[in-house]
Design a protein around this ligand. Structure first.
Ligand code: NAP
Length: 251
């Protein structure tokens, strides 16, 4: 059973909110005073665990199963969230997948799926909420890119293209929505300890760590802090930026 939303509290919709960075974002935003709509692909158990952790912060949490790559599903879920919470103040497009492989061997399906979830999913959610943001003359859009979207990465042409696309998309909507007092920004993590990176061998992890000036991977909480800042009133004058949270890799 979800808690009853309260009128005076703001809602944040977090895609990929069930696990990893998205879970940390959901909890950080709840701590900052937001109620949370957790959108996830299929891991009911993880989504429910995150919802409990959000409620432990005294916030309302509801979970929504949805494939963000489907425009139809994204629109339906946004409408359901608006019906449940009344409004959305912050949209965090964090859902993302990898299907790595060198370009010569990458299957077309693997290219398309990563673009569809990471980039088109972001577009689908933004499009479904833009009218709401324009009407309320305020709001925050925070899109999750990656250092890989800025620098590229061998073996990740699909992922890098999707994450670079998110930067262009975000700067464009930042320009379109600025006159309505809606900000749109990108967070670009380096390497973060989550399920996505858990499969890496110790050797690969050690080689990554050597490339990171701060000498270690990030925790999900360190990425969530940056998102919580961009969602806050303190970040009202920041729009169209790419905030690297990468231990110095972007230098
Ligand atoms: P993760 O642990 O693999 O979690 C992925 C999340 O996305 C899960 O909540 C998953 O839901 C959801 N998701 C996947 N496909 C979806 C779909 N089609 N529709 C809706 N939700 C979907 O990933 P993470 O490491 O936390 O990464 C989160 C974001 O940060 C991604 O955009 C990723 O590219 C980016 N990032 C990660 C790193 C890193 O080192 N980990 C670095 C830079 C950027 P289920 O739980 O239901 O599967």
């Amino acid at each position: 059973m979800a808690d009853q939303p309260t009128q005076e509290r703001r809602c944040a919709l977090v895609t990929g909110g069930s696990r990893g960075i998205g879970r940390a974002i959901s909890i950080a935003l709840a701590r900052a005073g937001f109620d949370i709509a957790i959108v996830y692909a299929g891991n009911d158990e993880a989504a429910n665990e995150t919802a409990e952790a959000v409620r432990a912060q005294g916030a309302t949490a509801r979970t929504y199963r949805c494939d963000v790559s489907s425009a139809e599903e994204a629109t339906a879920i946004v409408n359901q969230v608006l019906a449940d919470f009344g409004s959305v103040w912050a949209l965090v497009n964090n859902a993302g997948i990898t299907r790595d492989g060198l370009v010569a061997r990458m299957k077309e399906d693997d290219f398309d799926r990563v673009i569809d979830v990471n980039l088109k999913g972001t577009y689908n959610m933004v499009r479904a909420l833009t009218r709401t943001f324009m009407r309320q003359r305020g709001g925050r859009i925070i899109n999750m890119s990656s250092i890989v979207g800025v620098h590229g990465n061998a073996g990740q042409v699909n992922y890098a293209a999707s994450k670079a696309g998110i930067i262009g998309l975000t700067k464009s909507i930042a320009q379109e929505l600025a006159s309505r007092n809606v900000t749109a920004n990108v967070v670009a993590p380096g390497f973060v300890e989550t399920d996505m990176t858990a499969a890496l061998s110790d050797e690969v992890r050690a080689s990554y760590a050597r490339e990171i000036p701060l000498g270690r991977m990030a925790t999900a909480d360190e990425i969530a802090s940056a998102v919580a800042f961009l969602a806050s009133d303190d970040a009202a004058y920041i729009t169209g930026i790419v905030l690297g949270v990468d231990g110095g890799m972007g230098m």
